[in-house]
Design a protein. Structure first.
Length: 361
């Protein structure tokens, strides 16, 4: 098990990565919490709840179940969970643990940030995306209509505990979805992570924890290092949006029904690579290596039937746009990206049309 330290504005917290990470939760028993609650999804709890309680030592923790899926990331669900906490006697000294993927982590963190003006919470991510990205850094939020994560807060957890054993129960598609975020981190970090992914990612599987564990730890360290330098997304943290501008537009254009988040990011990475080439910022050799790494992860849902005008019209709604100007994160080479805000819409459109012509197996 590896531990990384994240410095938030008011305190430091640890990210525990690897087999046995849930045992780190035993430290929370010394904090004197009045009650401990676990927000999770019922199928996940049925599969892993006993192991979680055994390893964490939190046998008296009470569970709050929420339905799986993006529909749970709503202000209505925030009110429902808060009401459940109140009914169960949760006060300002209560602890909320988010055991689940990105939906549970974002929702649980936002509930914790607002319930009685803020209670402590811990992230226990159970997906690849959660373990290497979304659970680290304190970004919480829920959706408002079709706009993803529009209502939220920066609210750091007291701890992140990432146990890779839970990944063994992921479906192949959900597993591949998370790997696209790992690819993103490889592009940002460069070698040795990128090279290691080139040699291993095509053969990775949920059951191969021995191979996964060290790779996920390195990928998570990329996020930790960025957050430590820019907690509130003043500038540097924007690099983590690589692939997400196109990706979010694809999700919204298809009403969040065609793509998993990671699959949308996979297409977003391919599109922003083409944008980098068209802007003459990214060389062809590095672009080809990046694109091949995305392809090695596996199949992606098609995009050639989507209306380009619909997708391109959604780009300016990206949350990170300032004054209507998109903050593009564009790769210059493996291990280096640039934030650009003066990309002409016609060039972005051409890059997307390029990607629509790609035929993936």
């Amino acid at each position: 098990m590896k531990r990384f330290s994240v410095t938030a504005r008011s305190f430091q917290y640890d990210v525990a990565m690897g087999r046995g990470a849930w045992r780190a939760l035993r430290e929370s028993r010394r904090a004197g919490y009045s009650n401990i609650f676990v927000i999770t999804e019922e199928p996940l709890w049925k599969r892993w709840g006993k192991m979680f309680l055994r390893d964490s030592g939190l046998k008296n923790a009470r569970t709050l179940f929420v339905p799986a899926g993006e529909n749970s990331k709503s202000l209505k669900m925030v009110g429902h969970v808060a009401a459940r906490l109140l009914e169960s006697g949760a006060d300002r000294r209560a602890l909320l643990i988010a055991l689940g993927g990105g939906v549970v982590g974002d929702l649980g963190g936002f509930v914790a940030s607002t319930y009685m003006r803020g209670i402590d919470f811990i992230q226990a991510p159970t997906t690849i995306v959660g373990q290497v990205d979304s659970a680290i850094g304190g970004k919480t939020g829920v959706n408002l209509g079709a706009m993803k994560n529009l209502v939220g807060a920066f609210y750091p957890p007291r701890m992140v505990v990432a146990e890779p054993i839970v990944l063994t129960s992921m479906s192949p598609r959900a597993f591949r979805s998370g790997l696209y975020e790992v690819v993103k981190h490889g592009i940002l970090a460069g070698n040795p992570l990128f090279h290691e992914l080139e040699t291993k990612i095509g053969g990775m599987s949920p059951e191969d924890v021995k191979t996964l564990e060290p790779v996920l730890a390195v990928a998570a360290k990329v996020k930790v290092d960025v957050v430590n330098r820019d907690e509130r997304e003043a500038r540097l943290r924007l690099v983590l949006n690589l692939g997400h501008t196109f990706g979010h537009a694809l999700e919204e254009a298809t009403a969040y029904r065609r793509f998993t988040h990671g699959e949308a990011v996979g297409w977003g990475l391919l599109a922003v690579m083409r944008l980098g080439v068209r802007l003459k910022l990214l060389g062809g050799r590095d672009a080809a290596r990046m694109a091949e790494l995305v392809r090695q992860v596996g199949p992606l849902p098609r995009i050639n039937d989507l209306d380009p005008k619909r997708v391109l019209g959604l780009l300016s709604r990206d949350k990170k746009a300032i004054g209507g100007r998109i903050q593009w994160v564009i790769p210059e080479r493996i291990g280096r990206v640039r934030i650009v805000s003066d990309v002409r819409p016609a060039v972005a459109a051409a890059a997307f049309l390029d990607v629509q012509q790609i035929v993936l197996p």
